[in-house]
Design a protein around this ligand. Structure first.
Ligand SMILES: N[C@@H](CCC(=O)N[C@@H](CS)C(=O)NCC(=O)O)C(=O)O
Length: 211
């Protein structure tokens, strides 16, 4: 298998965490995603993944899987231990709903391509782009916290082992803190993220800071 990644990518971080939890090693191919010459927008990479995004996973059967949730669930099916989805249907739905609340309602509004469009096309300056990012991060994480406060019973998002929900929450929380968002306003998120920081699979595969 070959995984297309970038070290600052929180979406790629999700897949790297899942691989680490399962102790599976794959070949990785770095793809740059910042700046006018970013490789993710060049024809070579668009032939691999027409969406021009990382992560993307090329399986041993030469099947390309895009979208981090699809990749993580594929890995969970290929390498069932430890399981990354709860056993019960409601727990699985909740874990996926938290993962999607982060991927679809927060991350999708704040990646490099959105920032580039806001500044390049609409003339929004760097502080304005940062304020945009913080707005969607705070709104999204506040909603996640409310869901956690209503349903959480164990050490992690669902129960006492990390699931896809923790895998999606961790990189987003790390990047939120870097963007100047105070995580301590959310008790459940803070508790879970602090616990995840103590797990090497998470700590070693957090998104790298932008230089
Ligand atoms: N929904 C996608 C998001 C992928 C995504 O946006 N990846 C970012 C890096 S975190 C990217 O490739 N950005 C390139 C760009 O914005 O131009 C997933 O979950 O895999």
């Amino acid at each position: 298998m070959k995984l297309y990644v970038n070290e600052i990518s929180s979406a790629a971080s999700r897949v790297r965490i899942a691989l680490a939890l399962k102790a599976v090693t794959v070949e990785t191919q770095p793809v740059t995603i910042l700046g006018a010459e970013a490789e993710n927008r060049q024809a070579d990479y668009l032939r691999v993944n027409p969406q021009g995004l990382v992560p993307a996973l090329l399986t041993d059967n030469h099947e390309l899987i895009t979208q981090s949730l699809a990749i993580v669930e594929y890995l969970d099916e290929c390498y069932p231990l430890p399981p990354l989805l709860p056993r019960d249907a409601e727990g699985r739905a909740f874990a996926r709903s938290i993962a999607l609340a982060i991927a679809s309602e927060i991350h999708a509004l704040v990646p490099p391509r959105v920032a580039a469009r806001l500044s390049g096309e609409f003339g929004i300056d760097a502080p304005g782009v940062s304020a945009w990012n913080r707005h969607w991060i705070v709104e999204g994480l506040a909603a996640v916290e409310a869901r956690l406060a209503a349903r959480r019973t164990g050490a992690y998002v669902v129960g006492n082992a990390p699931t896809v929900a923790d895998i999606f929450l961790f990189p987003q929380a790390i990047n939120a803190a870097r963007a100047g968002v105070d995580l301590s306003q959310w008790r459940n998120i803070t508790e879970i993220v602090d616990r995840l920081r103590g797990l090497p699979a998470f700590a070693d595969n957090a998104p790298a800071p932008r230089k």
